[in-house]
Write a protein that binds this ligand. Structure first.
Ligand code: UGY
Ligand code: MN
Length: 244
């Protein structure tokens, strides 16, 4: 059924709201039985790409262009890298450095959020190695002392890494304490619950399954609504000099 041209999706200079009704599935070179929804890429002005990979039974993802971060949303993904095999289940994640040969396969089908970015090296910091984790095992840190807004940093905050991926969990009624405006861009996937996102001059109702891209300096604020916590996975470029 068509919806008479209505959608919550919006594409503006400073941000994109990408809702599931507008997702188009494509395939990437080297993939088998796996489709992707590319949410953001340099085509939109971003310095990274983020997509959702949907693996059928026995699906395989093609090679990365740059570093790759995989976060499992549903099902299981088996990753072979550096001669080791890692079995990731829901909320499991892996960081794969640029140039590391690997395969991502799902025996029984899965969905995963995938981020790729060319690595920017920095003098004095050795590039990172493969890192595997499970989000619920990461200790939540209150944001600016707010115990109702917990940030889980999924990657170590060291100069070896040129990006950060965090989850942020808001208890119902909790909001960012300020409108943020910063040089970093964001890729954000709503994992649970919902609320209102203010982006630039616009206010958007958002819910689990939505994706948001925020360009550098996009004014941003979020308040959680509803009776269950709101949670999102959020990428930002990090730890590098603004002149590159
Ligand atoms: O890390 C961040 O910049 C985060 N607080 N931004 C956001 O939630 N929009
Ligand atoms: Mn921010």
């Amino acid at each position: 059924m068509h919806n008479l041209g209505q959608t919550r999706s919006v594409r503006k200079q400073s941000h994109l709201l990408h809702t599931p009704d507008t997702f188009i599935r494509t395939q990437l070179p080297g993939s088998e039985k796996t489709v992707v929804v590319v949410h953001v890429s340099p085509a939109l002005g971003a310095a990274f790409t983020q997509y959702t990979a949907e693996f059928e039974t026995g699906g395989v993802l093609g090679p990365a262009l740059g570093q790759r971060f995989v976060y499992v949303l549903e099902g299981q993904v088996e990753v072979e890298a550096d001669g080791e095999s890692h079995n990731l289940c829901k909320d499991g994640y892996i960081y794969l450095p640029e140039g590391v040969q690997h395969t991502c396969r799902s025996t029984n089908g899965a969905r995963a959020a995938v981020i790729e970015k060319r690595y920017v090296s920095v003098a004095g910091a050795k590039p990172p190695e493969v890192l595997v984790g499970h989000e619920p095992d990461v200790a939540g840190q209150p944001l600016k002392g707010d115990e109702d807004l917990l940030v889980r940093g999924l990657l170590p905050d060291t100069f070896a890494f040129d990006f950060a991926v965090n989850t942020m969990t808001y208890q119902p009624g909790t909001a960012l304490s300020m409108v943020e405006i910063h040089v970093m861009e964001h890729g954000l996937l709503m994992l649970e619950g919902g609320g209102v996102y203010k982006l630039d001059e616009s206010w958007y109702p958002v819910t689990a399954g939505d994706f948001i891209w925020m360009a550098p300096y996009c004014p941003q604020w979020f308040g959680a609504l509803g009776k269950t916590p709101a949670k999102y996975l959020i990428y930002k470029d990090w730890n590098r000099h603004p002149l590159g």
